[in-house]
Write a protein that binds this ligand. Structure first.
Ligand code: LLP
Length: 418
């Protein structure tokens, strides 16, 4: 049994009952399906394989920020993925998970000297550079450690791509990338530097990009820039076209991967470069849930609250982006429907997973799942209200393993000096 399916009236993951996991590991707990991660990776890879010639198959670099658990990273590494990182911490995780350094790409607007040095010493594939001051910093650090840095410039195409304004990154007003009019100057500056080699361009217009035509619109800026750079005598051998593929939270129209791959083939492949992709959410988002127990059913004159033991510190997305997440009962799935607000124990009204949601009637002690929590769930968790970060579990072929134990209070307090 693969993915999340009902068996004998109980929701299972990769053939393991979620009630078993809840009882044995406790709640709240992030639960991932290895089979869903594998099949998402294969879906993307095979769409690209169908559309693009064999010598233009992209390197898929999983965006580590979406889910940075080392076991999840290893699972993707074994499937053939590379890694996109935004910090030295993610570099450490990636190397520990077994990624070869030459499949790791470093992005981000605020790379620190120590991070640049660590990436150079590890031998990463390239830095995606977001500003001229950053380029100078990379040149300086590369000189200090005496390792030449390969740099690609992140192009800001002025295209609004993300599913929420806080996760749109390709507009002029966003802090990301270098605008079209500055690109020739940036590339020429790098070409003159002693310790960097410009190798190409990168782009990432946003996350949960519903309006998939935006990808095509953003891509369409690339050929002109590449031609201009080449006519100025520069070499452009790599194009990193980012991530941002949407997943299902509610009833979204999904990206037609074949059309996407066809745009890559039509617009990017003729430029004769290596191609890199940086998907995060698409590979892991629908592969994970938060398994939670109902603590109380509280009825007021106005509402019926399901108070669960998961909270905004475990999944910040509803509070931060007003994000919709599906919620399902684990048992008694055919009970008569009730309308609930599902809330956590944190002392904020924003600690609300949903309002007015129709769900099978539940009682204290019942289990529920908050869906599509495999991306930007655990990786954005915090200790707010001194709540321990929840355990993480990976299910595969009818068995599960704990891939991160629940934090203890000693873990949380260990760094404080009294
Ligand atoms: N590449 C770069 C340079 C990025 O900044 C990101 C995401 C990705 C790739 C991967 O994007 P994806 O394929 O996952 O959409 N916390 C937010 C999402 C923030 C995304 C940040 N950058 C959320 O929960 O929706």
């Amino acid at each position: 049994m693969n993915g999340f399916e009902e068996k004998d009236g109980v929701l299972n993951v990769d053939g393991v009952s979620l009630t078993t996991i809840a009882k044995e590991v406790g709640t709240p707990v992030y639960v991932y399906s290895a089979s869903v991660i594998s099949s998402q990776f294969e879906k993307l890879k095979s769409a690209l394989a169908r559309a693009l010639p064999a010598n233009r198959q992209p390197l898929i670099c999983f965006a580590c920020k979406a889910n940075s658990n080392i076991s999840i990273l290893s699972h993707l590494q074994n499937a053939g993925s590379g890694l996109e990182i935004v910090s030295e911490g993610e570099l450490v995780r990636g190397l520990k998970a077994g990624f070869e350094a030459n499949k790791i790409v470093s992005t981000g607007v605020g790379k620190q000297k120590s991070e640049i040095a660590a990436c150079l010493k590890a031998g990463i594939l390239q830095f995606n550079v977001e500003s001229l001051p950053e380029l100078e910093r990379i040149n300086q650090v590369a000189g200090e450690v005496n390792i030449k840095a390969r740099v690609a410039f992140r192009l800001n195409p002025n295209v609004s791509g993300g599913g929420h304004h806080k996760i749109s990154t390709g507009r002029k007003r966003d802090k990301f990338g270098i605008s079209l009019d500055v690109m020739e100057h940036a590339y020429a500056t790098a070409a003159k530097m002693e310790h960097v080699t410009p190798v190409g361009l990168s782009m990432h217009i946003g996350s949960q990009v519903f309006d998939v035509q935006k990808f095509k619109e953003a891509f369409s800026h690339i050929p002109d820039v590449v031609k201009k750079l080449r006519s100025n005598g520069h070499s452009v051998t790599r194009l990193d076209i980012g991530g941002g593929f949407p997943i299902i939270y509610k009833d979204e129209n999904l990206l037609d991967l074949d059309s996407y791959a066809q745009w890559v083939n039509d617009i990017i492949a003729p430029l004769d470069t290596d191609i890199i992709l940086e998907p995060g959410r698409y590979l892991v988002g629908n592969a994970g849930v938060i398994l939670t127990e109902v603590l109380y059913v509280k009825e007021t004159s106005d509402r019926k609250f399901l108070i669960v033991d998961a909270a905004m510190n475990d999944l910040i997305r509803p509070a931060m982006y007003d994000a919709y997440h599906g919620i399902e009962a684990v048992q008694n799935r055919n009970a008569p429907k009730q309308v609930y607000d599902v809330v956590g124990p944190v002392c904020e009204t924003g600690d609300t997973f949903t309002t007015d949601r129709e769900l099978p009637a539940m009682r204290a002690g019942d289990y529920a799942v908050i869906k599509s929590a495999g991306a930007y769930g655990a990786s954005m968790a915090s200790n707010y209200n001194t709540r321990p970060v929840a355990a993480e579990v990976l299910a595969q072929n009818g068995a599960y393993k704990i891939i991160r134990r629940r934090q203890t209070y000693d873990d949380i307090l260990a760094t404080e000096l009294v």
